[in-house]
Design a protein around this ligand. Structure first.
Ligand SMILES: Nc1nc2c(ncn2[C@@H]2O[C@H](COP(=O)(O)OP(=O)(O)OP(=O)(O)O)[C@@H](O)[C@H]2O)c(=O)[nH]1
Ligand SMILES: [Mg+2]
Length: 418
């Protein structure tokens, strides 16, 4: 990570990586928005993935955030008491705090206070391995930091009397910080551009070879890497933690039935409220998904929240412009389904955003359903590649047609059949 200025929250979480199990109090505020996670389950998983140890949880309801403290001062007292009672050394909010709210809360509670956005950035920073991944995380963190400094600066400007009264010591420092961050952002972007060029060359090579490209996408922890490993017999890192994968890995997958190989990419997982800077910074990694001929949307079918998770994935896909790519839904972890939720059929169609998408139940862990999945992939490839036979299945998501007069090649498939 770059040397230089840091926002107040940035410092504490980074330090906590030295004490891998910092006892943490989790706080969630219910503003009546849909899908409020009242058990703070996901925040707990995120905390553990980021090296924190949740020791207590507290949720409360509010109509709107308090501008100064986010919660009411009575609730802030309660947070302080609960933290003391459980020996928490940090407080982690499920919602985004403004820099002022964060500072005020820290003062009120007497402990470091952080939010989900910063935690996700921190996990990405801890996990990034490749040169490109590290640069992307650095860019996202710098951008996060710069917005916080800007806001803090405006606030200080008001304190010193507004426009016309510039030049206080605080301001000079902050302006300096801003310039340093601005320069660091520029440098990081330049370095990323270079890396992207190399990636583009590799991609063009694949395009020349007319490789059919399949990308695994899905909510974090859905089992994408486990499935990737099972299909291509690789050893990509799979673990029961959020954001185990940050870098895209691509391997050849031979589909005997189609008599050819396709390329299969394992990608970073998505999550609710993915910090915007991260989506932007990871554009290059996510590009792999936007340029696929087929998306394997992996779903953790054993998670009761799977519909919300699917909706979040669709949201990110829209953000990166991949919402119209053909999909095949892979309902994974079929081995972990309770008997009452066992599927009636191993293969059917499921509606996503008003579209009928083919769905297959598998277990990447036991191997159940994988032959069926390979068969479906081979069928898709046969249908879609220029030298393949006519499409036999008109379910949207697996079948695309040529537009008359369009150049040849998998990149040039036009509209999808209804
Ligand atoms: N029971 C069961 N567990 C599975 C299955 N597939 C994966 N898992 C477990 O789910 C957890 C997450 O698996 P990963 O393959 O790392 O998930 P991922 O989607 O790649 O996650 P990120 O890289 O973090 O986005 C691991 O503990 C796996 O062992 C399955 O079919 N059944
Ligand atoms: Mg993974």
């Amino acid at each position: 990570m770059p040397a230089g200025p840091r926002a107040s929250g940035q410092r504490r979480l980074s330090d906590s990586s030295n004490t891998p199990t910092a006892p943490t109090l989790l706080v969630g505020v219910d503003f009546g928005l849909p899908h409020f996670d009242d058990g703070l389950v996901e925040l707990g998983l995120l905390a553990e993935s980021g090296g924190l140890q949740p020791v207590a949880r507290l949720t409360c309801k509010r109509r709107a955030p308090d501008p100064a403290l986010f919660v009411g001062s009575g609730k802030a007292d309660e947070i302080k008491e609960l933290a003391t009672l459980h020996g928490a050394k940090e407080v982690l909010f499920d919602q985004s705090l403004s820099p002022a709210q964060q500072r005020n809360l820290e003062r009120h509670i007497g402990l470091p206070v952080n939010d989900r956005t910063l935690l996700i950035l921190e996990i990405f920073a801890q996990r990034a391995r490749s040169h490109e991944g590290k640069l992307q995380v650095e860019l996202a963190r710098l951008q996060y930091l710069s917005t916080r400094l800007v806001r803090r600066w405006t606030h200080l400007e008001r304190q010193t009397g507004g426009i016309g009264l510039r030049g206080g010591p605080g301001e000079t420092q902050i302006e300096l910080d801003r310039r340093m961050i601005g320069e660091a952002i520029k440098r990081t972007k330049e370095r990323l551009t270079k890396v992207k060029k190399q990636r583009n060359t590799q991609r063009r090579q694949r395009e020349r070879n007319q490789t059919f490209k399949i990308s695994l996408v899905g909510y974090t922890n859905a089992g994408k890497s486990t499935l990737f490993n099972a299909l291509v017999k690789a050893r990509a890192y799979a673990a029961d933690q959020l954001f185990a994968t940050l870098d895209t890995t691509t391997r050849q997958l031979y589909l005997g039935e189609a008599g050819r190989s396709v390329s299969l990419s394992d990608t970073v997982g998505f999550i609710r409220d993915l910090p915007h800077g991260l989506v932007e910074a990871f554009q290059a990694t996510l590009q792999e998904a936007t340029e696929a001929d087929l998306l394997l949307h992996v779903v953790d079918a054993s998670n009761p929240d799977f519909p919300e998770q699917m909706a979040e994935v669709q949201k990110v896909l829209t953000e990166i412009g991949a919402q119209d790519l053909p999909q095949l839904l892979v309902f994974n972890k079929a081995d972990a389904l309770p008997p009452e939720r066992e599927p009636l059929a191993a293969e059917d169609v499921y509606e996503v955003d008003g579209q009928r998408v083919p769905r297959i139940f598998v277990s990447a862990r036991t191997g159940q359903g994988l032959d069926r999945l390979r068969h479906a992939l081979a069928r898709t490839v046969r249908e879609r590649l220029p030298d393949a036979g006519a499409p036999e299945d008109d379910v949207r998501g697996l079948t695309r047609e040529y537009l008359p007069g369009e150049p040849e090649g998998p990149e040039d498939f036009g509209t999808m059949s209804a």
